[in-house]
Design a binder for this molecule. Structure first.
Ligand SMILES: Cc1cc2nc3c(=O)[nH]c(=O)nc-3n(C[C@H](O)[C@H](O)[C@H](O)COP(=O)(O)OP(=O)(O)OC[C@H]3O[C@@H](n4cnc5c(N)ncnc54)[C@H](O)[C@@H]3O)c2cc1C
Length: 545
């Protein structure tokens, strides 16, 4: 175990494990500690959203997650026993058009296994008790088994230590927001009813609320909301769940067995700063929100992906530390969107005034009859709308994706290599560096434009070039080291709405950094100069050597 890692991660929940894996696979020396001696066995987050699966795919574990989980495509909402909405996620433009039901301890187990494959083990029973920042490092104090104290000098410290974060507290960052009055009970159990097993159901009833999430092995996770006055205490019982289901549910449903249960309150909070010098906060340490909408763990994993490649480029001296400033800017926007969205839906589900519940029952179906509103909610649920532009992006009313612009997620597509083997775009691109894609049919002066682009590529070590040729079986002349790929059915060009020669610059996390018309090398250079990629010929190490 090095006592001088590039990055020390505190907390081995889903956020810390993802951050550690993103760094380890980019050859950054990382240590990850967790004060809990054992991995958690709690179900907690059950819904893994489409965008998170796309990112776990880049980490190489999406297929295993799907094999262990249950994909759920339909989400039904009832109000006072009337069905008021059904969302069908199966038409979403992603490889994963569903919510994957997978208990959080299994997601954590998969991440831990991937991390071990990358040569990094979680140090358990090790607690961060204090730290101090210096210009060139962070000095951290760890307390291990038998109260043994260790001092660690790390290039960066990342606090992924959950809602009661020690790192956040020592940093003096404020955690602004409120706690909702309502209390929640959750239980994993068997339910016998006539409704489809593999769909999600929410039953709202004048201020009462019960949701049933299907899990593998014909289990359901049930969540019940209570007002402050009527909250039961102690163990969640069969009678309690049966009563809530009889009151709000479809009738003739029987609960047979409770396997696990708990009670909790909801906080809606976000930190006032995610980065102070060499210390960064991610996941629940930086923001917590209502479990309605199943977003908390997902947002944490996405924080870790956003931060991972930026820290990796910074620690290896391939980008200036200024790159890290884009982390709070981008992720605060995503976290605030989630806190706002889940807060709105939580208030909507907990309405109890008769006039308001009547309005919900009458007006919500009218609003949801508008395809635009539906698409917007489906994109928000699956987190495909998270964009690092100024506004969240939604699909068009028919559910198709808009033309991806700078800041948007880069959609995947099937392409063919020079040996005519199929490959996926996001698999073909190297994700330890930026990718520049030359797309579209070449214009008459293509050779000169290509030569200028080659010169740009030659001066940036961290950009690899790809030429994606439209058309059946034809490869345009592609100079080495640019990698040639073919878009046989034109799907890639359609998805990216490419109608003229276009340059697409993709970030290592699969978001579009820039989109430049006409293979214009000058515009590309202007972006790169403004951007944060260090010039290859002026490499400097920015962390301690
Ligand atoms: C009942 C319930 C249902 C939920 N359902 C969903 C859902 O369906 N979908 C969803 O996306 N989210 C859901 N969530 C939210 C989700 O569980 C959290 O958002 C998620 O756990 C956050 O992950 P994290 O890694 O940021 O923090 P945590 O999971 O809290 O991990 C923090 C880790 O840090 C460790 N730690 C703390 N302090 C220290 C220290 N000083 N030193 C060393 N280690 C330390 C802890 O031991 C812990 O392992 C649910 C939560 C609950 C309670």
């Amino acid at each position: 175990m090095t006592s001088r890692p590039d990055v020390l991660i505190v907390g081995a929940g889903p956020t810390g494990l993802t951050a550690a894996a993103e760094l380890a696979r980019r050859d950054v020396a990382v240590r990850i500690v967790d004060r809990s001696p054992q991995p958690s066995t709690e179900t907690k987050a059950l819904g893994v959203q489409a965008r998170t699966l796309e990112l776990l795919d880049r980490l190489g574990i999406a297929d295993q997650a799907i094999a262990r989980g249950l994909p759920v495509r339909r989400f039904n909402i009832f109000s006072e026993r009337h069905r008021i909405a059904t969302f069908d996620l199966s038409t979403l433009p992603t490889r994963y058009p569903y919510i994957l039901m997978l208990p959080q301890y299994q997601t954590e187990a998969l991440l831990t296994e991937r991390l071990a494959d990358l040569g990094t083990t979680v140090e358990r029973g090790v607690e961060l008790t204090d730290f101090e920042q210096r210009p060139d490092a962070v000095g951290a104090v760890l307390r291990g088994p038998g109260d043994k104290t260790e001092r660690v000098e790390a290039g960066y410290l990342v606090g992924c230590d959950g809602p009661s974060s020690t790192v956040r507290e020592r940093l003096g960052a404020r955690f602004e927001g409120t706690a909702l009055e309502e209390r929640f009970a959750v239980a994993d159990l068997h339910v016998d009813w006539d409704l489809p097993y593999d769909e999600l159901f929410a039953f709202l009833h004048t201020g009462d609320f019960i949701t049933l999430f299907p899990m593998r092995d014909r289990l359901h996770r049930v969540a019940i909301a209570y007002t402050k006055r009527e909250t039961p205490t102690g163990e969640v019982t069969l009678d309690e769940v049966q009563h809530a289901l009889d009151k709000c549910g479809p009738g003739a449903a029987r609960i047979t067995e409770i396997q696990a249960s708990g009670r909790f309150r909801i906080n809606q909070r976000a930190v006032d700063r995610e980065r102070v010098g060499r210390v960064l906060l991610a996941g629940d340490a930086a923001h917590v929100n209502s479990v309605v909408g199943a977003q908390g763990m997902n947002i944490g994993i996405q924080d870790a992906v956003n931060l991972g490649w930026k820290l990796a480029l910074t620690c290896t001296g391939r980008a200036t530390p200024a790159l890290l400033d884009s982390y709070p800017a981008e992720r605060r926007q995503a976290a605030r969107r989630t806190v706002r969205g889940t807060g709105f839906f939580t208030r909507l589900t907990l309405l109890h005034h008769p006039a308001l519940t009547l309005a919900r029952r009458r007006l919500l179906p009218l609003a949801l009859a508008r395809p635009k509103v539906r698409t917007r909610i489906e994109w928000a649920l699956s987190e495909l709308d998270i964009s690092y532009t100024a506004h969240a992006r939604t699909g068009s009313p028919d559910g198709t994706a808009p033309a991806p612009a700078a800041g948007d997620r880069a959609p995947d597509a099937t392409l063919y290599d020079t040996a005519n083997r199929p490959t996926r775009l996001l698999e073909a691109l190297r994700d330890d560096q930026y990718s520049l894609i030359l797309a579209g049919t070449a214009q008459p002066d293509a050779d000169q434009r290509l030569a200028r682009i080659e010169r740009v590529l030659a001066s940036y070590a961290d950009i690899h070039g790809y030429r994606v040729t439209p058309g059946p079986d034809r490869f345009a002349h592609t100079p080495a080291p640019i990698t040639a790929l073919i878009d046989r059915d034109g799907r890639f060009h359609h998805q990216y709405r490419i109608e003229q020669p276009t340059l697409l610059l993709l970030r290592p996390d699969g978001y579009l950094a820039a989109r430049v018309d006409k293979w214009d090398a000058q515009q590309l250079e202007a972006y790169l100069r403004r951007g944060l990629i260090a010039h290859a010929t002026r490499r400097t190490r920015t962390t301690r050597e």
